[in-house]
Design a protein around this ligand. Sequence first.
Ligand code: BTN
Length: 326
Amino acid sequence: MSIDAQILMALRSAKNGGVSGADLSEKLGISRAAVWARIEELRALGYDIQASPHVGYKLVSIPDVLHADDLRSRLQDVKVVGRDIRVFQETTSTNDVVEKLARDGVKEGAVVFAESQSKGRGRLGRKWVSPPGKGLWFSVLLRPNFHPLCTTQLTVASATALVRAIRSQTGVQAEIKWPNDILICGKKVAGILTELSAEIDSVKYVIIGIGVDVNLQNSDFPPEVRNIATSLQVESRRHVNRADLATAILREFDIDYGRICAGQFEKVAEQWEQQCSTLGHNVCIRVGDRTVYGHAEALDTDGALLVRTQHGHLERIIGGDVTLEK
Ligand code: BTN
């Protein structure tokens, strides 16, 4: 871990609110002058660190920037998701960056964030607007040992993780529209793009791309989605710190990924069913060039949606575009 990350970690866990330069110097094995120089660097990045003779250095507030070392230092406890974090100022799409990492053999759990994306993409070939500094645009590399058909479990897990993290960080209760939209009061606040490389019966790697509209204003959205999109800032009426939200999401996702790998998808599904606004509704689902009408009854063990069709039989849907019917 870098010196900066260690300093931030020590400041965060300081019991009486501060840490002396001497303690930091001893802990990190560097001179007090070197500690001071690093503190100055952190201040230049926007970390508000006060220094006083009695309390020592004290972390007062953190800036709304994504700092790989800092994120990593806050995720000491994760088993897989977030154990390797990379932050780019700009990329085409974080899914593309992660795909390259995957082909280069990088271990699962790596996460790539971008402050902005020039070619952010959504499902069904849609564009995903990703303005600088206003959202969380990131992708997670996973290498689960399961059948490609189970990949929907990961989309489901990331959706429930998002709902829990949004709740803990903003107090806002979001809901899930199967399989990958996160809504607040019926408007979309986050989306998940799951991409996969697989053999016929085994997954090589999965990329979970997540976009969260954190501090966007209504005017930041393209006119065509202004009525159907929202942001956490708009809904909670306060600025949301992206680093806090990012660490909360990754920690929650890591827990659910652990459950899935341990064969306990039902625990994830249970939560998902409570948070999902699709279940119990009549739905219209576009699956390729086919349209399925029916009643969304439950989630199958692999994450598929079980829909009782107009003709009375139960159809398993593994992907599609859902509209709620009256
Ligand atoms: C959707 O709802 O259509 C999915 C949107 C997914 C957007 C995220 S932002 C990070 C990652 N990189 C991309 O290009 N897309 C995903």
